[in-house]
Design a protein around this ligand. Structure first.
Ligand code: OOG
Ligand code: MG
Length: 263
């Protein structure tokens, strides 16, 4: 792909999000698109959002659990960015009319108290730099037709990021009685259990996900900063949402997080 095409592809994906319309995969037109090139498209997309007045509040890892990798048929983790306009308060609403074909995931989010700079960040360093952990629901809304993509497609599309609900309870790690890999997570929709798992599903321990992120960001000279919110990735497969759904994510010792789907 030629350098000037990165911007054009980023514009195409940004418009798809704004117009709430699914589009064909970019690898249909660029079958040789590499992971490195797809992050360049993502960078253009992120700059475009920043230039239009949106603020980055954190980042996310995706495809960090086998359940997610299997569901999406992609075997490698990726990262993306979370913006202020994506945040919904716990107990709040998302609107189907603003989205394409949203799915929900239950995740463990980290809030950093110190910067983390790769390339050799370890799980132990992540844990000592972490101020709080909190339950989160991530609403992913791939801009691609039928929610189908390859790794470069989904990287360019800012890892399907769409909405994020952060729990109201912030827990410091030293007040937990169990390690985060043993934290059970259950996703309820309309009172029914739709998926469940444990923190260990995420790269053996959710803190590993933050370490991998810090180390990936180091490749382009970026670091994770104190105050950043980091979503570590869906513990279970993602579940399709419909108008009228009430969603609740419950995590051992971390508390609950919920949302309602409106028209
Ligand atoms: C890509 C984003 C995956 C996660 O938590 O694994 C993700 C997708 O499945 O659309 O956010
Ligand atoms: Mg996710």
């Amino acid at each position: 792909m030629k350098d000037h095409s990165y911007l054009a592809v980023a514009e195409f994906l940004n418009e798809a999000e704004q117009e709430k319309r699914e589009v064909i995969r970019i690898t249909e037109d660029y079958p040789d698109l590499s992971v490195e090139e797809s992050y360049k498209i993502q960078e253009e997309l992120i700059n475009m959002k920043v230039n239009s007045g949106h603020r980055i509040i954190g980042s996310k890892m995706g495809l960090t659990s086998h359940a997610k990798m299997k569901q999406m048929n992609v075997e490698e983790p990726l990262y993306g960015y979370i913006f202020d306009y994506m945040v919904v308060p716990s107990g709040g609403e998302i609107h189907m009319s603003e989205l394409i074909h949203p799915k929900v995931e239950v995740e463990i989010a980290f809030i950093l108290g110190e910067d983390l700079e790769g390339p050799e960040v370890t799980r132990t360093q992540v844990l000592s730099a972490t101020k709080y952990v909190t339950p989160a629901l991530e609403i992913i809304d791939s801009r691609y037709k039928d929610f189908k993509f390859t790794l470069p497609d989904v990287i360019a599309d800012n890892a399907s990021s769409s909405r994020v609900v952060i729990g109201n309870t912030l827990t410091s790690l030293n007040s937990l009685n169990i390690d985060l890999d043993l934290v059970g997570a259950t996703l309820y929709i309309n009172g029914e259990v739709k998926a469940c798992g444990a923190g260990a599903a995420v790269l053996d321990h959710p803190a590993n996900s933050v370490a991998v992120l810090a180390n990936m960001l180091a490749r382009k000279g970026e670091k994770l900063k104190a105050g950043d919110i980091i979503l570590t990735g869906g513990i279970t497969e993602a579940i399709m949402l419909s108008v009228g759904d009430t969603v609740s994510g419950q995590l051992d010792q971390l508390g609950d997080v919920s949302l309602t789907v409106k028209e």
